[in-house]
Structure formats: structure tokens, C-alpha cells
Design a protein. Sequence first.
Length: 94
Amino acid sequence: MLERAQVLHVARLARLQLSEAEVERMGAELSKVLDHIEKIRELDLEGVPPTSHVVDVTGVLRADEPRPCLPVDVALANAPDRRGDFYGVPAVFD
């Protein structure tokens, strides 16, 4: 199991503030994750190509082809503050 100092170090890196009970629980949970990683390291993965997805993913993005824009009236139909052909926003500087 991870030591308390290791759990606190990981929590600090993740910018988490943990209570004492959470430190204990996270120590146990992180230890289980590391145990699973060790099991994976025991496997012979020589010749197995790295993957980014469990299943093959191809063509997930549409072709980047130009198309007509929305008409201004349609694009601004739900604008809370329309100013001519633009969205109205509060001034940042006076």
C-alpha cells in the first residue's frame, strides 16, 4: 500500500485537499490501481502495437469542406442582446 506521504504528494500535484479519511481511502484505491498496472507489466506485449482506442476508429470527423454560413437573422435569433448584426456584450473597459 502507498505510504501516507506518497498519497499527499499525489494529492498536492492534483491540487486536491484531502481529509484524513480521504487520505486513507485514496491510499487504498491508488494502491489497487498500481497493482493492476503491475499485472499488465507482467504480460508479454512484444509485437503488440500501441493503441489509442479499444476498437478501430476511422473517419470519425467529417470532411473539412466549405459550406454556406447561417444567415445573420438565424444565427442571432436567440441572442439576448443583439446590436445590429452582432452580439451585444457588456463593456470590459470604461
